[in-house]
Design a protein around this ligand. Sequence first.
Ligand SMILES: Cc1cc2nc3c(=O)[nH]c(=O)nc-3n(C[C@H](O)[C@H](O)[C@H](O)COP(=O)(O)OP(=O)(O)OC[C@H]3O[C@@H](n4cnc5c(N)ncnc54)[C@H](O)[C@@H]3O)c2cc1C
Length: 481
Amino acid sequence: MEQRERPVVEARVAVVGAGYAGLTAALELTDAGVDTVVLEASDRVGGRTLSELRPSGVRVDHGGQWIGPTQHRLRALAARFGCATFPTWETGRHLEVWHDGTRVGYAGAAPATGPGIPEYERITALLDRLADTVDVDSPWQTPRFAEFDGHSAESFFRSETGDEDALRRLALAVQGVWCAEPSEISLFHVLFYIASAGGYEQLMETRDCAQDSRFTEGADGPARAVAAALGDRVRLGVPVRSIRQCAAGVELSTDRGLVRAERAVLAVPPTAVRRIAFDPVLPAARRGWIGHSPMGRVAKVHAVYRRPFWRAAGSSGIATLYGDHPVGVVFDNSPEDGQHGVLVAFVYGDRLTRWAALDPDARRASVLAALVAAAGPEAAEPDDYTEKVWPQQEWTTGGYECFVTPGGWTGHGRQGWREPVGRLHWAGTETASVWNGYIDGAVSSGERAAAEVAEALAARAVAAPGPAAPGIMSSRHEQHR
Ligand SMILES: Cc1cc2nc3c(=O)[nH]c(=O)nc-3n(C[C@H](O)[C@H](O)[C@H](O)COP(=O)(O)OP(=O)(O)OC[C@H]3O[C@@H](n4cnc5c(N)ncnc54)[C@H](O)[C@@H]3O)c2cc1C
């Protein structure tokens, strides 16, 4: 079919992606009276959050799930739509299982003694001190910016210590927070991310930190509520394939026709931007940034039991596993009412790549072996078992977020990170200054992008009062046919 014959949707702003960033941007713009349409490739909203009600009646979060007390933007959004949270289960003793099989139980947030702890604590305190120097709004203004960005986390850790146990702890921390290996990630990005969260402890711990609470109705609950409020402004199953900018506006080509708007917000991760064709091509800085922003590699595996049996033995169900286990960390992900027991296992980085290549039986057996090591023999026989391998998700291709490789920030950050390109504005958690990589960061990025767009539209209205260019300023939403 000729392009001009294809159905056309017109709006003042087109938002690409109905994750938290895109939905928030659309909500802000709609609240401000700006006609906005959201184009989502998949058949659901929520992006990297995805909750599922299992046949057992237990709701599991396959993607992002936790919310912390300083995640103010997400808290405000959840409060607006009445989405409740409850504290993460963590009563009892936690466990470390070492590469040599040694099991060390501990109470409190982190183990006080154990192999490598003094060096691990010294280096993480140093990371905090260096993170204190980071300017999260203009990262390139940070003292020693290029020096830090020239290091990988691995080269920095190895320059600081030869203690292999401390290095194991640091490697698991990097895998757990960024779903990547320490050799892959820029030290500056690690420092930026720590600063963006408000400290290393915020990233790592449960109570009063990033893993503090969960959503009673699933972490995509607020996203579903926003989408319901936006109504038919949200279009599902509409992948954007190419975007053309011209003097009058933007034209987005989708699988279901053309969309014309004055401005577009791209609320997708850098890896998804890479799959869209741009005319004119994106500036070199933006392309360079995208090239330095691979997606982390993670799977979440839930095992559901009749009851949280580990609690009777004084165990919290929270375990950290070093060595050959595919699983890095286990949490008690039981529902708020405690009627079932749920363990969630995280598989990250290179361990994920090896594990995902196994056949389903071998994958299940290896995860259950890790859960037995973490919670005891009863863990071998769950009533329900479900995996979500994020690199296999068509439109997300990984998680939790895109991280930045060495040299990415210095080479391309200033103009490539989130600077608008003509009529294109960038949202998504990867563009956030606060809680970058988290749902909260996605929400604040949507708010920032909406403010940028509103300002640009207002400036245009002042510069050129009177009727808008034909076909660009229509407040009409046409249905795709
Ligand atoms: C396993 C896992 C665990 C996590 N745990 C946590 C946690 O506990 N707490 C926390 O705060 N964060 C967590 N995160 C991170 C959090 O989920 C993300 O930071 C957040 O959801 C990102 O939102 P976003 O809107 O920026 O991007 P996304 O959610 O990725 O939204 C982008 C949307 O764009 C769509 N899209 C892509 N390409 C196109 C296209 N061409 N056309 C149209 N649409 C397109 C996608 O389908 C998607 O819906 C986790 C993530 C994962 C995967």
